[in-house]
Design a protein around this ligand. Structure first.
Ligand code: AP5
Length: 206
């Protein structure tokens, strides 16, 4: 299966991807995670990405497209992949179309209203050792990991509102692009994480 997750920041893409990739036996390819790894490693790509990410802006298309093309050319992505956070602009969607030798199977659009997003984002914490994503209220972390949890630099209210504006202005226009191909599966992202997983599985028929 070759699928894409689209949705506003904090919609639950990363949470749901982690629950689904094992069952689908495909790699989870998150451009946000790739950029955060580059920031942590202090590479030139990481330095360029950090300046954009901290403000909630997009990393330039030419950088992002090259990174994803390299990643989906790797051996583990030949039978399928779950792209999370890419594409995010029309040029990225068009470049992905050109790069693929087999068509996409599904584009899952996780829908969550803006007024729920800020609370999800500001309360998010992640475990740098396991990669697990928690929420202080909605998915509280166990006490023993609390001390090592990280709060993302772009998870402030200000950066979140900027990311929402970027999503509506630059990313939402790719929805009609994929609707025209009959690929979009709209999934209600409001409810418990378990409920949302079931809705995605039903939408994918898997
Ligand atoms: P990225 O990491 O992709 O961020 P994002 O799209 O803003 O998405 P998030 O990771 O914030 O949210 P999510 O939908 O995965 O939600 P999560 O599951 O964590 O990108 C970061 C930055 O990198 C971008 O701003 C940009 O600068 C750059 N970038 C990345 N890709 C790019 C591209 N293609 N082009 C250019 N630049 C790019 O959930 C959020 C919280 O909610 C968690 O705390 C979770 O526990 C909680 N939660 C999850 N599900 C539920 C639920 N059902 N109910 C209640 N709470 C829930």
């Amino acid at each position: 299966m070759r699928m894409i997750f689209i949705g506003p920041p904090g919609a639950g893409k990363g949470t749901q991807a982690a629950r689904l990739v094992e069952r689908l036996a495909i790699p989870h390819i998150s451009t946000g995670d790739m950029f955060r790894a580059a920031v942590k490693a202090g590479t030139p790509l990481g330095k360029q990405a950090k300046a954009c990410m901290d403000k909630g802006e997009l990393v330039p298309d030419e950088v992002t497209i090259g990174l994803v093309k390299e990643r989906i050319a790797q051996a583990d992505a030949q039978e399928g992949f779950m792209l999370d956070g890419f594409p995010r602009t029309l040029p990225q969607a068009e470049a992905l179309d050109e790069a693929l030798d087999q068509p996409l199977d599904a584009v899952v659009l996780l829908e969550v209203p803006d007024d729920l997003i800020v609370e999800r984002i500001v309360g998010r914490r992640s475990d740098p050792e396991t990669g697990a994503i928690y929420h202080l209220k909605f998915n509280p972390p166990p006490a023993e990991v609390m001390g090592r949890l990280k709060h993302r630099a772009d998870d402030t209210e200000e950066a979140c509102r900027n990311r929402l504006g970027v999503y509506h202005g630059q990313t939402a226009p790719i929805i009609p692009f994929y609707e025209g191909k009959g690929l979009v599966k709209r999934v209600d992202g409001v409810g418990s994480a378990d409920e949302v997983t079931e809705r995605i599985r039903a939408a994918l028929g898997r």
